[in-house]
Design a protein around this ligand. Structure first.
Ligand code: PHE
Length: 379
């Protein structure tokens, strides 16, 4: 290079370095990641939670954002698959550089993602995963819902005290962490409270024929069947149970919660059945009703529990970033851990030492093709 051109070369190099640095540090947005099942067999879980979270993001941005910056939500569809979950969460952290992550509904997929968030020290908040293992993975992992040992107690109490029944059979989705965990807890608690488990049978999500298991259960003469699975399978199970002449009520947990639970003949098959979940949309609390009105206006349909929980997860995170006063991961983690009496649409949320929310559950009944509120059971 000629001596004459050298100074220009230096100027251009300096400019290039300067602009590239500027691009990397110019963050007028705060990036938050979400991994969820927008497609796949449990797509209603993902779509609802995404809708709820988007509403929270919209609200916070309209009211000036967080630390003077807008929240940018980056959503990754894991297609309801565990392997895909690992891939998309790695990408959210390493490619998109999100500062915190919200997800997932299904416990098995939260359990897959949590070790990655923990490794990179990225705060993760599950809106709706109830298996205790999720938050036990590490100090960066939180949830805004109750856990399954409590849900098991709720349904045990409801069966014994409200339904006055003592003999229950259990049907488990054997490869689903949520189902196996809730089933174990239910059997333990129900027996401790004086109940009797008449039979335990298993299936795998996606099975189409449950007749063998249901026949065995029928022969054990239970007064109800506890099915801690997802709505997709419970829909078919309920129809086949009635075809086999099983008339006793079926009971379940939050995994039942989807309008698709009642598709087709299941609407009649599940009449008079009960499940526990996080919130009832019949709750007269103005906070709940305002949220429902807003949600209906934006999406044209009634929200389910996942939408409300994700909305709360979003606002709890935004509050924590504000309190932290920075996007530093450790500071956000500490602020999340200090969440006390946060007035959410799913109730008052306090994060305990195990990074779980302690809050009541509701029991819903299927009646006239709809979910009707039955009772609230406090922790
Ligand atoms: N609690 C379920 C799980 O851990 C997920 C779920 C939450 C499903 C809320 C429906 C409603 O897998």
């Amino acid at each position: 290079m000629s001596k004459k051109l050298f100074p220009f070369f230096i100027v251009i190099c300096t400019l290039l370095i300067f602009t590239s640095c500027k691009q990397e540090t110019s963050d007028d947005v705060i990036k938050v990641g979400q991994f969820t099942s927008l497609t796949g067999s449990e797509a209603t879980f993902g779509i609802s939670s995404d809708n709820g979270l988007k509403l929270a993001v919209e609200e916070v941005n309209q009211s000036g954002g967080v630390l003077g910056k807008k929240i940018e939500l980056i959503t990754a569809d894991n297609q309801g698959k565990t392997n895909e979950t690992i891939t998309v969460v790695e990408k959210l952290i390493n490619r998109d550089k999100v500062i915190a992550i919200i997800g997932e509904v299904a416990s098995s997929r939260s359990i897959a993602a949590a070790p990655i968030c923990e490794k990179y020290k990225i705060p993760m908040i599950s809106p709706a995963s109830t298996n205790p293992e999720v938050t036990a993975i590490g100090e960066y992992i939180f949830r805004v819902c109750f856990i399954d040992p409590f849900q098991a107690t709720v349904m045990s109490k409801f069966a014994l005290n409200s339904m006055k029944i003592k003999k229950i059979a259990v049907l488990i989705d054997q490869k689903n962490a949520y189902s196996t965990g809730l089933a174990d807890n239910f059997q333990r608690v129900f027996k401790e409270m004086g109940g009797v488990i008449t039979a335990v049978q298993k299936y795998s999500a996606g099975d189409k024929d449950f007749k063998a298991q249901l026949t065995d259960i029928k022969n054990s003469n239970p007064e109800a069947i506890f099915i801690p699975g997802y709505y997709t399978d419970v829909n078919l199970i309920s129809i086949q149970a009635r075809d086999l002449g099983i008339t006793v009520p079926l009971l379940g947990g939050d995994g039942w919660e989807s309008p698709q639970l009642l598709d087709g003949k299941a609407k009649d098959a599940l009449e008079g059945c009960f499940f526990s979940t996080h919130v009832s949309i019949e709750d007269p609390n103005p906070k709940v009703q305002n949220f429902i009105a807003k949600y209906k206006e934006k999406y044209g349909e009634t929200p389910d529990a996942m939408a409300l929980l994700s909305y709360d997860a979003g606002h709890i995170l935004f509050e924590a970033i504000k309190k932290a006063g920075s996007t530093n991961n450790e500071a956000i983690r500490d602020a999340l851990a200090k969440t006390v009496d946060f007035a959410g649409v799913t109730g008052s949320i306090t994060i305990n030492e195990q990074r779980n929310a302690v809050k009541p559950a509701v029991v819903m009944m299927v009646h006239d093709g709809k979910f009707t509120y039955k009772e609230t059971i406090a922790p």
